[in-house]
Design a protein around this ligand. Structure first.
Ligand code: C2E
Ligand code: MG
Ligand code: MG
Ligand code: MG
Length: 282
């Protein structure tokens, strides 16, 4: 009987694996037509100056409205987009959509807001990434490059070959800021910071989460803030959820913050309304 049970369990397991694989293939397949079916949308989360509460930037975060499954999180589908190579065309769409929104907001909000967008390391490794096309698009819509920044992760810089470095330089030469996302959790090899091919540093949410209870997190966060400032980088704390966290970050001299305390990521129209209501309240 126990042998029988083992066999059942094994077949249950292989069945589950099979379902999982089929599920992934199905999602990848659905993703192929998601751009032309207009199922992607960018949401925008405010980044505020901690002293004044003023919104000065917004991070663009992709959302997928799947016709049958509803909203799928980027944490679920971005890895599949990377695996399948679809990240290149999705990344193209993200860039153009973010740039078009930045252009609209320049007119609406009088040149105040920079939009940052996330880039996967795989976009840099792809020979299909065409930065010239992107820059040409900015000229077409007449958007100054300084209203955009790209967020990359430490891993990309750590393994950067000449090709990746050149691409990063191309962005910076054009006037697009480069930010390190999720700083502190990856490899924390500081050597790449010596070359200073970056403009902004975003401290990972995991440091901020327990800022008010874990002394070591506070010490490390303060050290990161001081280091970044001395290197001339803008520092943004991610994932601020409480007033206590905001106050501690102010105390250690952190300039910018992002998190649910200020706002969740919002669809463009809701972001615009939020921005206007914040302007009117000060
Ligand atoms: P990320 O770039 O580090 O983005 C921040 C994530 O933290 C977002 O999750 C945001 O909604 C969430 N967040 C913001 N404030 C708080 C907070 O106070 N508390 C908590 N618990 N979470 C907060 P989201 O939108 O689900 O995105 C997850 C990740 O997916 C992003 O992490 C980024 O790595 C990736 N991603 C999102 N959009 C894109 C995109 O257009 N392209 C690429 N390549 N990756 C993207
Ligand atoms: Mg990001
Ligand atoms: Mg981040
Ligand atoms: Mg993060």
């Amino acid at each position: 009987a126990s042998k029988e049970l083992g066999r059942n369990r094994l077949s249950y397991f292989t069945q589950a694996l099979h379902d999982e694989a089929r599920n992934r293939l199905q999602l990848i397949n659905d993703m192929r037509s998601a751009i032309e079916n207009k199922q992607f949308e960018l949401h925008f989360q405010p980044i505020t100056k901690l002293v004044s509460g003023r919104i000065c930037k917004a991070e663009a975060l992709i959302r997928w409205h799947h016709p049958e499954r509803g909203m799928i999180s980027p944490a679920e589908f971005i890895p599949l987009a990377e695996e399948s190579g679809l990240i290149v065309s999705i990344g193209d769409w993200v860039f153009r959509e973010a740039a078009a929104t930045a252009k609209r907001w320049c007119e609406l909000f009088n040149h105040e807001l920079q939009i940052s967008l996330n880039m996967s390391p795989l976009q840099f490794q792809s020979n299909q990434l065409n930065i010239e096309h992107w820059l040409a698009y900015l000229q077409t819509i007449k958007l100054e490059a300084r209203f955009l920044s790209i967020e990359i992760t430490e891993g990309l810089l750590l393994n950067a070959n000449d090709d990746v470095k050149n691409k990063l330089l191309q962005f910076r030469d054009a006037g697009i800021d480069v930010a390190i996302d999720d700083f502190g959790v990856g490899y924390s090899a500081l050597s790449y910071l010596r070359h200073l091919d970056i403009d902004q540093l975003k401290i990972d949410r995991s440091f901020i989460q327990n800022l008010d209870t874990a002394q070591s997190d506070l010490v490390l966060t303060e050290a990161i803030v001081i280091m970044a400032q001395k290197l001339g980088l803008k520092v943004i704390a991610e994932g601020i959820e409480t007033e206590a966290q905001r106050q501690l970050l102010l105390d250690i001299g952190c300039d910018y913050g992002q998190g649910y305390l200020f706002s969740r990521p919002l669809p463009a129209a809701a972001f615009e309304a939020f921005f206007i209501s914040m302007q009117n309240s000060d």
